[in-house]
Design a protein around this ligand. Structure first.
Ligand code: SF4
Length: 556
């Protein structure tokens, strides 16, 4: 749109923000966000990451960092408590994420292990699918690694020696005790610990939402039975006992894979999670857990968003199957669905920037523009962000969430699929979904802003518990109603940012495939849900935040 005011690589302010609870001595208090205007979508983007880096930043004494300007030479930032220095990164430029992390840990760890956040070669090249990698976790979505690369910033190393001090220790202790009691007794925690998010493969497949072969259908038992939780547990995760969890986590959903036989023997890798299993696996017609693990490992190593990478390769595979591209375009690769070697080779090209398919590292929207021949009909994205694993046609509310999310097709703001497919309502019903999505967006905005991994709320604690913990930690004089208002203010604010960049109702839409194939969603169905969503949120029928709403929420 002509109205769009700022280009992502010229967007000078970029922040990594912790929530008030990041680093708190309580399970799951590990989340931080990398925020900027997305080079992939042109929208607001906050991309979240768990692990160790966010807490360490807090221990160094910071709630967040704002980075302005750029360096003409590669640099990295080293923070040790109050001491901050910008150092030469010439020797690191070109390195993958794992080796960069290792080198910087060796260089800066002293009495305490330093924590490293870095980009890989994809971010250095400003590929739009580039992620930010931090201690085996990623702030994956929206291409924020490219923003870092545009500034010549390879990494940020943090070492902190301060203690996390809650404002009200007595109340904090009481809230913490209640949360641990719930974690100890929750059946949801037991399953998460055993299988992580891979537990979703079977039920999502059975309810018709497990995308396969570029979102052509939502069920394929032959793919899902080899990619499900028990398969990963048995083949790669030592029965679910081999884990590498985030700092101080009592849930421990994350597993460490070791490939003991076959082509990728010797590979050790954190994960993979449900989204990568589906998008690099079934959506590309692949059903071998070791291949999916290797594929995700390569994405992490090059610093690519594994979800968008899988979705973009599945798009190329469909183009290949329809002869919109040929082996001449792929550098001789047989890019048929199910060809594991072709999947791996394509990731190498996207990550390294070398080879005929290197262009795919800018995502499926740009790839379709380059391929032409109406291939954009097959490119599954919203506002440029590739669609996650849940087939949109299988759950109307999830489809609406993809259409209206502030950062493009997002599956967790809110996660409607779980509510719709595993709850009591009808996933194919459109009525009521607009209000549900708006409520979910406000709730998730709260969670994303306080610094807590979402699995705590999903598996064990209630929002009341988090409110008590938050108030005790931050010492705010705030009632529950005001706490709930945080979510509304944030959801309105990011929509207002997007409005400012030219986004409106016409951009809250779905790919052609969703509206024409399978249990397709008609424009009338989408309009009905959009109208309800805008009414619930207080936006105009055109999807614009009115000035009166900004005033009411005291957003200036
Ligand atoms: S539940 Fe999983 S993602 Fe969340 S903090 Fe624990 S290990 Fe990390």
């Amino acid at each position: 749109s002509k109205n769009r005011s700022s280009k992502p690589f010229r967007f000078l302010n970029r922040s990594r923000m912790n929530g008030p609870l990041t680093g708190a001595p309580v399970t799951n208090c590990v989340n931080f966000a990398v925020c900027a205007k997305s080079p992939l979508t042109g929208t607001w983007n906050d991309s979240h990451c768990n692990g160790w880096w966010g807490p360490e930043l807090r221990f160094a004494g910071y709630l967040g960092i704002i980075i302005k300007g750029k360096s003409n030479l590669p640099v990295y930032v080293n923070i040790t408590d109050d001491h901050v220095e910008i150092l030469d990164a010439a020797d690191l430029w070109g390195n993958d994420t794992f080796s960069t992390q290792e080198i910087l840990k060796k260089r800066h760890s002293t009495d305490r292990e330093s924590r490293v956040l870095t980009i890989g070669p994809a971010g250095e090249r400003m590929a739009k699918l580039a992620c930010v990698f931090a201690e085996y976790r990623t702030a994956a979505r929206g291409g924020l690694g490219a923003v870092m690369g545009s500034k010549g910033l390879k990494a940020i190393v943090v070492t902190g020696h301060k203690r996390y001090e809650p404002a009200n220790p007595g109340a904090f202790k009481a809230a913490r005790k209640r949360i641990y009691n719930k974690v100890r007794t929750s059946p949801g925690v037991k399953t998460l610990r055993k299988m992580g998010t891979s537990q979703l493969v079977d039920p999502v497949n059975e309810t018709g939402g497990l995308s396969n072969r570029n979102y052509t259908s939502g069920r394929d038992d032959n793919l899902s039975e080899k990619l499900n939780g028990p398969s990963f547990m048995e083949k790669l995760w030592d029965g679910g006992n081999r884990r590498r969890s985030c700092r101080g986590c009592a849930i421990q959903c994350s597993h460490l894979a070791v490939v003991e036989a076959g082509k990728y023997k010797g590979l050790v890798h954190d994960g993979p999670e449900f989204e990568s299993i589906t998008l690099l696996g079934s959506n590309c017609g692949i059903n071998d857990p070791a291949v999916v693990t290797q594929a995700e490992h390569l994405c992490d190593s090059y610093g690519l968003d594994s979800m968008s990478t899988g979705s973009t390769i599945s798009f190329l595979m469909e183009c290949f199957s329809r002869e919109l591209i040929t082996s001449e375009d792929t550098g001789g690769l047989d890019l048929s669905f199910g060809n594991a070697d072709a999947l791996i080779e394509t990731i190498h090209m996207m990550g390294s920037g070398k080879g005929k398919l290197a262009f795919a590292a800018d995502g499926n929207r740009d790839a379709a523009a380059r391929i032409g021949n109406n291939s954009d009909d097959l490119a599954m994205n919203v506002k440029g962000l590739e669609i996650p694993a849940y087939l949109p046609q299988a759950a109307r509310g999830q489809a609406l969430a993809y259409a209206v999310s502030d950062r493009g097709a997002c599956h967790i703001r809110p996660w409607m699929y779980g509510k719709e497919a595993f709850g009591s309502g009808n996933p194919l019903e459109c009525g009521g979904k607009g209000a549900m999505v708006w409520d979910g967006q406000m709730l998730n905005a709260i969670l994303d802003s306080i610094g807590v991994c979402k699995f705590l709320l999903m598996a064990a604690a209630g929002l009341d518990d988090l409110f008590d913990l938050y108030i005790a930690a931050a010492g705010f004089d705030m009632g529950r109603a005001e706490f709930d208002l945080i979510g509304k203010r944030l959801a309105v604010l990011t929509r207002a940012f997007n409005n400012h960049e030219g986004f409106n109702r016409t951009h809250d839409t779905l790919p052609k495939k969703v509206m024409t194939e399978g249990k397709s969603i008609s424009q009338a169905d989408l309009d009905l849900m959009l109208d309800e969503y805008y009414k619930s949120s207080g936006f105009t029928k055109e999807g614009i935040v009115p000035a009166s709403l900004l005033r009411e929420l005291e957003i200036s």
